[in-house]
Design a binder for this molecule. Sequence first.
Ligand code: AHM
Ligand code: MG
Length: 345
Amino acid sequence: MLSAMIGAQTLQEFIVARESEFAYATGDLSRLLTDLSTAAKMVNRHVNRAGLSGIIGQHDGGNSTNVQGETQQKLDVYADNTFVRVLKSCLKVGGVVSEEQPDVIHVDHSKRAGGSGYGRYVVCIDPLDGSSNIDVNISVGTIFSILRRKSDMGSVPQIDDFLQPASDCVAAGYILYGSSTMLVYSTGCGVNGFTYDPSIGEFFLSHPDLKFPAESTIYSVNDARLADGPSVVQDYVNTVRAEGMNARYVGALVADFHRNLLKGGIFLYPGTTSRPEGKLRMLYEAQPLAFLAAQAGGSATDGHIDLLKRTPLSLHERTPLYIGEKAAVARLQAAFDGVRVKADS
Ligand code: AHM
Ligand code: MG
């Protein structure tokens, strides 16, 4: 890995080189992205050692649940603590919403040197997505978005600072802890991917200007839940299957999204009869990936509207999610629209 990376741009060099592309460049966002990459390295180290260190398994003997009522894994807790601790220490951050915590974490820097109240950015994060994969040594990820607060800088962030449409993200990205660890992010000027070289502790630019391939060859859906979802989605899957598309489903959103971004495809997680609102969360799963998809020439919808345009109403809101290469998503959207028109006539 090391020899292949010699001469490649490091994440830090890239962040600094691209700073001027950002409309409000003051270096604050660069600082924040750098801090996120530091936390990613710390989490990566634990994820990679999970089988060795006795850290796998459920936190607190399975007695601890997060705000969604799901059992927390030890690594969920470690990743949450690590990202939140690093973000709290970043002077640019005024608040954080984490999948693992019910309320907004307010970050007051007024007692710190150089701090003046609450920072200008808020961060939404799923610290360890797909964590049920940890015990079986399959990829997991971190997903984040960064928003500029609408409320006055320095004051306590308000809930509306977090409830902004994905189109208003300042940056978004993910870290994939897979066969190698990658950090993929966008500040609204394309999507770039960086591969981690653990031997020297650096992320290197390995996937510049990522774009979905024009043709989709893969669909990703939890087949077991398909029959409980909208018939539009069932029909769509049956059609693309008959046309020769291949099925791939990891069960970790970051891994499924990343593969489809590289290979061309669509990920589908519909609402079901028992959970019409779907499983995935708007703020720290759907929205960051919708922002990235758009930057990579793809798109995302909930079946009704483009997810870039939807304003969330609550911190842990869920949504159906259909995301990937643009034509594949547009075709599904047209099928949804067609059914709606028929029902209205
Ligand atoms: P999590 O945030 O509790 O880890 O759940 C989200 C994960 C996604 O990574 C993945 O796409 C989805 O749940 C898989 O769900 P299912 O097992 O229902 O197919
Ligand atoms: Mg998650």
